[in-house]
Design a protein around this ligand. Structure first.
Ligand SMILES: NC(=O)c1ccc[n+]([C@@H]2O[C@H](COP(=O)([O-])OP(=O)(O)OC[C@H]3O[C@@H](n4cnc5c(N)ncnc54)[C@H](O)[C@@H]3O)[C@@H](O)[C@H]2O)c1
Length: 444
């Protein structure tokens, strides 16, 4: 299909579908279309299937086995589409779920908005900062309800941790850290050779706007997250959940500076992303947020083994996948004059002999609130309220991680003008805020 006819289809669909957009009441069923039913799409589909008011009307994927499985799970037989554009043009659909690889999110989401569909789109929101901004604009222009797949935003346990972090009990938080640690040594995802794709058409559709290159099983299904043309690596894949939660705890918007170092140093595979990476953002606060990726060693990132920590002058909050806890600082003596030699009596929650400190405050639950996140989307589709992980929130958090990758690639400390969404001290970095799409792909 030519570029013109492709856009024509999206625009035509927008005109008809917007006029068909239904006003849904509390008891109505939301007719859902699913695009991408692989690893994550299947999980999100399962979450929606928990609710009788979510109807699986249509499904789209490049793999028949995934479509067969989704059909089997659905209450009624959904319509199958090979081409996502036909699915979003279907007037029997109210909302679309997108769980394709990251390089497809922007095109599909904007086309869906133009066709009058509300959208649940997986995180990270986009592959580039430019795409994310265009997605925000599309949602606003078409007045669509959008949920981004950062499901921690719908977790009761995380909400409690956020309330505590905002209460002031931690004192001034100057450093907040998050971690993605696992030992993938020695072979990681391996070194598979290029080969013939299952079909040329399938591979062409999978690549979409990304450069045309030979098929490789390491680049395609699931493993795309180790390659920059389709993903921002673990920093955007996993890091976006954590950076999003930390900035929510600390009520921070966008960073003013970012830098990153690391590389592909230890794992012998054909990944492009680093296996060792440290990213640092400076936020107004002032607060330093860091993301640590270690793939050559699995020891916990902190003494409590949590995936996030917030270090305040009065205590440290640790947030795990299933609980949060606070370890207060221990003030064992009054502040002594500054010239007191080797004053070691202040604020010792930990010492060399006491490795863990007593937890006094905390809560249990799950960060993986897939079902609650789906419920929130269905409710918002009906009420037209803003979702827990609304599009702008998703864009701000995704952008922080994307600019971390740009700092790493340019080997610099970048100053970020969040309003203009540009770097103020590096033109080469600004050129990495987007990339040229392969023809005929364009943002609708
Ligand atoms: N929220 C979370 O916790 C979470 C967890 C995992 C993945 N994700 C996100 O979900 C997305 C998908 O990741 P995944 O692990 O499921 O990958 P995956 O490779 O398992 O699934 C992606 C699916 O998209 C399909 N697809 C690709 N191009 C398509 C096209 N043009 N038309 C129709 N279908 C197409 C593929 O056939 C595949 O089945 C990613 O953006 C990822 O970051 C989110």
């Amino acid at each position: 299909m030519t570029d013109f006819s492709r856009r024509d289809l999206a625009r035509g669909a927008a005109l008809t579908a917007l006029s068909y957009s239904r006003i849904l009441g509390a008891n109505d069923r939301v007719r859902m279309g699913y695009i991408g039913l692989g690893n994550r799409g299947a999980q999100v589909h399962d979450a929606f299937l928990e609710f009788g008011d979510a109807e699986t009307v249509a499904i789209c994927d490049l793999r028949d086995d995934y479509l067969d499985l989704a059909t089997k799970k659905s209450r009624a037989t959904p319509k199958r589409y090979a081409d996502y554009r036909a699915l979003i043009g279907d007037n029997n659909i109210d909302a679309v779920m997108i769980a394709t690889p990251d390089h497809w999110h922007a095109i599909m989401m904007i086309d869906a908005c133009n066709a009058g569909k509300d959208v649940y789109v997986e995180k990270p929101l986009s592959l580039t900062v430019f795409e994310g901004r265009k997605m925000v604009e599309a949602a606003e222009r078409t007045k669509r309800v959008v949920q981004v797949g950062t499901q921690r935003r719908s977790s009761k346990m995380i909400a409690e941790a956020v309330d505590y972090a905002r209460s002031g009990e931690l004192g001034q938080v100057t450093v907040a850290r998050c971690y993605d640690i696992q030992n993938e040594w020695p072979n990681g995802i391996g070194n598979l050779p290029d080969e013939n794709p299952p079909t040329d058409e399938m591979w062409d559709r999978w690549l979409g706007p990304a450069p045309k290159i030979p098929y490789n099983r390491n680049r395609a299904f699931y493993k795309f997250r180790w390659f920059y043309n389709y993903s921002g690596g673990q920093l955007t894949n996993f890091g976006v959940h954590l950076v999003d939660t930390l900035r929510r705890c600390l009520q921070l918007e966008s960073p003013r500076k970012v830098t990153a170092i690391g590389g592909h140093w230890v794992i012998k595979d054909n990944r492009e992303i680093p296996d060792t990476l440290e990213v640092m953002w400076e936020y107004d606060g002032p607060t330093l947020i860091t993301f640590t990726q270690i793939n050559g060693n699995a020891a916990p990132g902190n003494l409590q083994g949590a995936e996030m920590e917030l270090r305040g002058t009065k205590g440290t909050m640790y947030i795990h996948e299933n609980r949060w806890e606070v370890v207060p600082e221990r003030f064992t003596d009054k502040l002594k004059p500054a010239n007191t030699p080797l004053d070691r009596t202040l604020g010792r929650a930990y010492s060399s002999t006491k490795k863990t400190a007593t937890t006094t405050i905390g809560g249990k639950g799950s960060a993986y609130a897939d079902i609650e996140h789906a419920r929130n989307f269905l409710d918002c589709v009906k009420s037209r309220a803003k979702c827990n992980a609304d599009i702008l929130t998703g864009h701000i958090s995704t952008s922080a991680t994307l600019i971390g990758n740009i700092a790493h690639k340019t080997e610099t400390m970048l100053k970020w003008d969040a309003k203009a969404e540009r770097f103020t001290n590096n033109q080469a970095a600004n050129r990495l805020l987007h990339y040229p799409y392969r023809a005929p792909y364009k943002l609708g």
